[in-house]
Design a protein around this ligand. Structure first.
Ligand SMILES: O=C(O)CCC(=O)C(=O)O
Ligand SMILES: [Fe+2]
Length: 315
């Protein structure tokens, strides 16, 4: 038996759909009432890479030559986050983003064959290349995060995120256009924007307000894959709070507890949620965040055939 999860058809992908309540979707959503298998949703696939593969990925990411790392600041000028681009540079030309392509490294194509495995899931079946052609690797030290943002129209509306080395909570937010009941108000200072400099990946959403509180969160275990497609990609913002630990109030928003692979983790999260529901303030169990790496794969549909592109093809 493979020590990683294989997903080969839309129907198989469908089994990993994260169940979110109907009323969480904005009424303006373009999602189908009965979405097709693998479309318009969040899909959480635990153990998408094996433990050996995870160790190797961490090593290759950490060993990347210094110039490969870009260092970015958040808005207050603190919390330096590091990231790497693979597959080429995305340049924005007006609304349209263009990829100046480069080949992916072996640790994404050979061992582990992440690109092939992700393409197989069928999440990118409708995109220009039926496969991701770009990857952003983010490093999050405990306490680092990314402000709520949307990934925007630069990409085919699908993103596949592999997490390694630590769990995190991805917080999912709605725009505050309709102020649904119970909304906590909204940012009116345009702060629904990314803290990190990947202008194409984390497109600032100026002038639009978002709800202050996350609608729900998705717990991503190390070695998992999270796929966000179609309306789920377009309708929500996502962010990672700058925390060193996730406590009961945060974990209570997690919608995929039942889908966690690690039984101890699942029991712990269940326990924290249950005791906080029962008003038990004595439970101080928390999930402590370690350094996490995320590999976010996307398809930039427009690819430059300029000199750099031609040279790369010949390699
Ligand atoms: O690290 C993650 O899981 C999310 C990163 C992200 O949202 C982005 O790079 O656009
Ligand atoms: Fe993002």
């Amino acid at each position: 038996m493979a020590s990683y999860t294989v997903v080969k058809t839309p129907e198989e992908l469908e089994k990993y759909r994260v169940r979110i309540p109907d009323d969480v979707w904005p009424s303006t959503s373009t999602r189908a009432s009965q979405p097709s298998p693998g479309q318009d949703g969040f899909f959480y696939i635990p153990a998408f890479v094996s433990e050996d593969e995870e160790r190797y990925l961490i090593q290759k990411i950490q060993d990347a030559p210094q110039p490969k790392w870009k260092t970015l600041q958040n808005r207050s000028g603190q919390s330096l986050c590091r990231l790497q681009y693979w597959g080429g540079q995305v340049s924005s030309r007006g609304e349209r983003s263009v990829l100046i392509p480069e080949s992916f490294p072996d640790f994404m194509t050979k061992f582990p064959p992440l690109i092939e495995r992700i393409a197989q899931t069928s999440a990118f079946a409708g995109s220009a290349h039926a496969s991701p052609n770009h990857c952003l690797v983010n490093e999050y030290l405990p306490g680092q995060g990314i402000l709520p943002h949307e990934d925007g129209a630069a990409y085919w509306p699908a993103v596949a995120t592999v997490s390694v080395a630590s769990h995190t909570l991805l917080d999912i937010y709605r725009w505050a256009t309709e102020k649904p009941e119970g909304a906590e108000g909204a940012d009116d200072d345009g702060s629904a924007q990314a803290s990190q400099g990947d202008a194409a990946a984390a497109r600032p959403a100026r002038g639009k307000a978002r709800e202050q509180e996350a609608a729900f969160s998705i717990l991503q275990e190390p070695r998992s894959l999270l796929i966000t497609t179609g309306a789920a990609y377009r309708d929500f913002l996502h962010g990672i709070a700058e925390r060193t630990r996730d406590e009961a109030a945060h974990l209570a928003k997690v919608v995929n507890v039942a889908d966690l692979r690690d039984v101890d983790l699942r029991a712990k999260v269940d326990g924290v949620i249950a005791s906080s529901r029962d008003g038990d303030e004595t439970s101080h169990d928390v999930l402590v965040r370690e350094t996490r790496y995320s590999l976010t794969f996307r398809d930039v549909e427009k690819v430059s055939k300029g000199l750099a592109g031609l040279l790369n093809k010949k390699r």
